[in-house]
Design a protein. Structure first.
Length: 117
């Protein structure tokens, strides 16, 4: 493990204890149904993405890596619902989108029973 990616156990514990407010997901199903018509097209919302200047590695961590830094950015993002709806509608498999990890999005897809087309 190189110096850039290593984190001390104390810092890891601190990261785990720091709560990240979940992204507001109200109206998600309606957004998804709208986005389904324009699958694989990032909308104008993406121009307001809070992560445009963020470290991409934070949003695409290795398996089991820290997702909190990205989720903190997402929690303040004005287009988090649109981003999550896009990722769910297009079954984006990697990275943090709309404040959710890949696994969390799979669970959300099941919860919303989004069908792949
Ligand atoms: S919700 Fe997160 S990943 Fe999506 S655009 Fe906003 S900051 Fe980027």
């Amino acid at each position: 493990m190189d110096e850039k990616t290593s984190t001390s156990p104390e810092v890891e514990a601190d990261i785990e204890r720091t709560p990240v407010e979940p992204v507001e997901q109200e109206g998600l199903e309606q957004l998804i149904s709208q986005l389904d018509k324009t699958r694989a097209v990032l909308g104008e919302w993406s121009l307001q993405a809070q992560c445009l200047d963020a470290d991409p590695e934070a949003f695409f961590p290795e398996r089991g890596g820290n997702t909190r830094d990205a989720k903190r950015v997402c929690a303040k993002c004005p287009v988090a619902r649109e981003c999550l709806a896009y990722a769910l509608a297009n079954e984006v498999r990697f990275g943090i989108w709309g404040g959710l990890s890949e696994r969390e999005r799979r669970m959300k897809r099941r919860e919303l029973q989004i069908k792949a087309s």
